[in-house]
Design a protein around this ligand. Structure first.
Ligand code: ZN
Length: 442
């Protein structure tokens, strides 16, 4: 059995008593279950802010939410709450001496995250519990990336790839109805495939379909999945069709560093209060403290990563700006995960739009971003990762090129094919172009 606890606000109001003598001051009005492909959101509507504990139980898998000093609305029957189709099989509850216990029967192990929301019309106080499917094992065994081979249980570098917009938010729309949400999802998937093919890397797609993920949820999800780097992919529009080229952004200290940056940030952030849930207020206190402490380190790492990606992009695309720009993109506000936003081009520019809509150009952009990520990570691999461990040991990583053979590579680096095979879990002598292998030290 495992459990985790999340505490929330304590609000003392006048208490009243229910028939069995318990003291309550909050009433649970409704429970709503929303499924999206990557997580399930359970919203508890309450008459006041509620103090709660949140934990999971296994065999069978359950999520337990203990609501303090809470009673059910007298005419509310939890059995009438329709369960979700995917993760939540059922909702039940029972009165406890200290309040009310709600149990979600879930179809799979999940990682819950709870947060309180203040009233915002038309909604009152809400407790939101997001259920994420358990992250794949850190060794990549459940991550669907056969190229990731565990070595002494060193973990892969995890890169979270965020295709901008999605679902009800199409993003920018260019000439010939080229839609940003479609183009960026395609680039994101290509980027994920390229990095997953590199030993020592594993990617997670923040969205992998045509649906909307709120901005703040995107970097929360990245953090929950243990991301070492967050890359948001966009292809925005500008008011002038002449503006073209790729750019890379990191979060600005305050405000924006150029007019384009300011304008884009405004556009990207405008979807923030969709669906009546304003995520700008969620975890406000905690987030603010965390940001102040670690934002500086995270921002300087972001700029370095951004510079490597921009360098690599320069060889396949015209650059809009030759330096990493900074803007107040909400999706980049992650205190501890270096985060960059790649504008792959301006979909409002006819030439950019035409190119961005081709698989070939998407592929070249994805390759360049992947190369930039790898250049950055080779220098700044996070401690505990396979790549950091190899660097410490003086090992060299080599990407197979056309015409290479294992024995020729071994000779070049003064080692043996046997040692290369051992270091890379290779069975025979077969290698493929683009494959990255480790050359053992000495
Ligand atoms: Zn965008």
């Amino acid at each position: 059995m495992k459990w985790s606890t999340t505490a929330s606000l304590i609000l003392l109001l006048g208490c009243w008593s229910v028939a069995d003598g318990r003291s309550v001051n909050v009433q649970l009005e409704d429970v709503r279950v929303h499924e999206s492909p990557d997580h399930t959101r359970v919203v508890f509507d309450t008459t006041a802010a509620v103090n709660y504990e949140l934990f999971t139980l296994s065999n069978p898998d359950r999520v337990v939410i203990d609501l303090s000093n809470t009673a059910l609305r007298p005419d509310f029957d939890l059995a009438t709450v329709p369960p979700g189709r995917k993760r939540v099989k059922g909702v039940r509850a029972s009165a406890r001496s200290s309040g009310y216990r709600v149990v979600l029967d879930v179809a799979m192990p999940v990682r819950p995250k709870g947060f309180a929301l203040k009233p915002q019309s038309p909604y009152g106080h809400r407790l939101v519990v997001d259920l994420f499917s358990e992250a794949p094992a850190a060794d990549g065994s459940a991550g669907g990336s056969p190229a990731v081979v565990p070595r002494d249980e060193k973990r892969p570098i995890v890169v979270a790839i965020d295709a901008g917009h999605g679902g009800k938010d199409p993003g920018a729309v260019g000439p010939n109805r080229v839609r940003e949400k479609t183009v960026v999802l395609s680039i994101a998937r290509k980027l994920a495939a390229k990095l997953d093919a590199v030993r020592g890397y594993r990617t997670v797609l923040i969205r992998d379909g045509d649906y909307y993920v709120p901005l703040r949820d995107r970097n929360v999800k990245a953090r929950n999945l243990g991301a070492d780097l967050f890359i948001s992919i966009h292809a925005d529009a500008f008011k002038s069709p002449e503006v073209a080229g790729a750019s890379v952004f990191t979060l600005s200290d305050r405000g924006a560093s150029s007019e384009t940056a300011r304008w884009l940030a405004q556009r990207e952030n405008s979807y923030e209060s969709i669906g009546g849930i304003s995520l700008t207020e969620h975890d406000e206190l905690v987030a603010k403290v965390l940001w102040d402490i670690s934002m500086d380190a995270s921002r300087s790492a972001s700029i370095t990563a951004g510079e490597r990606v921009l360098d690599a992009l320069g060889s396949v695309a015209k650059l809009h700006k030759n330096r990493v720009e900074q803007a107040g993109f909400l999706v980049l506000k992650s205190p501890d995960v270096p985060s960059i936003l790649v504008e792959t081009g301006f979909i409002s520019n006819p030439r950019d739009a035409r190119r961005l809509n081709t698989s070939d150009y998407q592929d070249r952009i994805a390759s360049a971003v992947a190369e930039g990520v790898r250049t950055y990570m080779e220098a700044y691999a996070p401690p505990g990762t396979l790549i950091a461990w190899e660097r410490e040991r003086g090992e060299v990583r080599y990407t197979i090129e056309r015409g290479d053979t294992l024995s020729e590579i071994a000779a070049r680096y003064g080692t043996s094919t046997r040692r290369i095979r051992e270091a890379n879990d290779l069975r025979g002598d077969s290698i493929r172009i683009g494959q990255t292998i480790t050359i053992p030290a000495g």
